[in-house]
Design a protein around this ligand. Sequence first.
Ligand code: GDG
Length: 725
Amino acid sequence: MPRTLIVSNRLPTKVLRNEEGLTFQPSEGGLATGLGSIYRQGDNLWIGWPGLFVHDEAEEDHIREELREDNMAPVFLTEAEIRDFYEGFSNSTLWPTFHYFSEFAEYEQTHWEAYVQVNQKFCEAVLAHAGPEDTIWVHDYQLLLLPEMLRKARPEASIGFFLHIPFPSQELIRVLPWRTELLRGMLGADLIGFHTFGYMRHFLSAVTHLLGYPAQNGQIETPNRSVRVDAFPMGIDYERYAKAAASSEAEHHQAEYREALRDTRVILSIDRLDYTKGIAQRLRAFDQLLQRYPEWRGQVSLIMLVVPSRDQVAQYASLKEEIDELVGRINAQYRTISWNPILYFYRSLPLEELAALYRLAEVALVTPMRDGMNLVAKEYVASRLDQRGVLILSERAGAARELSDALIINPTDVGQLVDAMHEALVMPEEEQVTRMSAMQTLVKRYNVFSWTKLFMNQLAYTKMKQHTLATEKLDAAATTQLLTDFKAAEQRLILLDYDGTLVGFHHNPQRAEPDQELRLLLRALTEVPNTRVVLISGRDRGTLDKWLGQLPVDFITEHGVWLRAAGEEWELFQAMQNDWMRELRPVLELYVARTAGSFIEEKDYSLVWHYRRADADLGEVRARELLAHLAFMTANTDLQVMEGNKVLEIKNAGINKGTAAARWLARYPADFILALGDDRTDEDTFRALPPEAYTIKVGSTGRSLARFNIGSPAEVRQLLRKLLG
Ligand code: GDG
């Protein structure tokens, strides 16, 4: 039975050491609750760090056994690993960068090395448990490299990845020295989830700009797999918070607080100590509220709960000082004998007291500078049993995409924040109820259980789609059959595309010259008796002739315009015109002028606009425009516009690699045909060949007419070497 494995930096249980020995304390985090429905079932498992440094192997074994009972498996980390991998790379490089605080980011090679090594450690831990058919769901920014590491070891596994923090604009990702490794790491997954569409868009743009992989409709084509990207806004366990708020404990606590506060109205703020949460800015705004609206003095208190977090990292310690100082100053300035402007708590509270605070507060102030989602906002909504209360929410929290009935503010605009607080305090009850009930319906429906289900279903669907759409991989069995047929054949024809098939792509097409290994390989193939080797390419005949003309291979160039059998003269496929080029060239020149990095290639009978070197997005936009422009200009002519890999080519209609391949096959019949190609123009070749031909698509497994798929030019060369016996 295939299993599901959850992997995250921390386990949903914290192991603590005290005088009596070890204690196991279940964590109450939202993720733990949401995924409880998965990892507790059957043989499923949650893998992660148990939160303490072990003394010896006996202790490790003890923890492992205890956790096994609850479907958990520990990954033990050392103090040095926590310092460099967790506090270092995860929290001092990735966390600030992904939250747009690049100025706080450190770039330490040793931290990066620890990050790679700990991800590797997690990989080994997962592999110790995972079977080839298992589903693995990896969580968050501490494990960005894990999906790719797992993919290498388990090519067929279903791997999901979810990022709980924002994914920033590619301009910020660019700054990271290890950006490509990180993106590639994530792309090992089949499905990558984000809280919002905005983060997803940023990720897609980072992948297209920094790795050059095409992406459409949330589908990324990497050189050997397609990866799905989607938005899954995480929810909370609604009933848990609603029940906690309704509990007699919460009611009791609330009554106690109310009595102490008398008639003072309450604005509530709850966060982990973090510079992303906008805590200091919020205090300044509250100060302004008391200045600009003196009528609230003595009437309103801000209850601010800050949960200690990451105090080992320098920025957190100085933020703590800043908050202490601000609270002290504001309280000293406005306090009266009977009223405290700010009630500040620097600790964590049990759920019932948290619920009592949610019940008590007429206004919740959730104003992070950046926040992946922010669950506090949703928990406040779930706790408002009487549907009264106002949520003030930062537009830069993921939750703002869903909770549009909150008062949405820009957290850096102090004036707007002050106005929002005032507006919340005077908002008519009727309006409060309308807004709150709309938000409750949403938070209730899209809860953490539906989030989990949605992600897992989408992962299963993605995997199923991959299987049905994908061309079959040329695996060991198919390769053996191919080699047997090759040996048994009397006449053999091998059709090889050049760019992307025999050699990788180069920014400048003229630099993609054949290397010595390729020349030797091609020559050796031509020496196999009764074997014709045909280079079938879109390139101009001059370049191919210069590069490979001395070999006894056949050439089909310019997508079938010029043909040459080994040792013979060049021939034109058919008589053709090229006077149209004079008219269309200025159109292409216009697009070159408007698209930095693009250029024109002129062949004997075709014109090509290349945009590989242009900005990826601009290139796509201009290609669409040019396509429309050319469709208009070539209507009622016998010209056709062909889309290739980052190129548009205008040429005479009716001639393509397919028509040329068919002519070659008619001229040189063969009982074994092998055709390899990587782009859309090679599909014409595949279409033209008989069904028993070995047609092989190189690279990404999007839709193809080929029978088989192979990963890369390196694998193509490996296959060709095998033909030599
Ligand atoms: C990351 C992303 C994303 C807080 N104080 C107490 C307490 N809490 C609980 C809250 C809430 C949780 O902590 C905080 O969650 P957030 O979502 O607000 O923020 P992060 O910890 O930064 O979480 C975030 C989240 O991952 C999930 O994907 O939303 O954007 O940064 O559940 O209730 N709980 C108790 N006592 C406290 O004093 N019991």
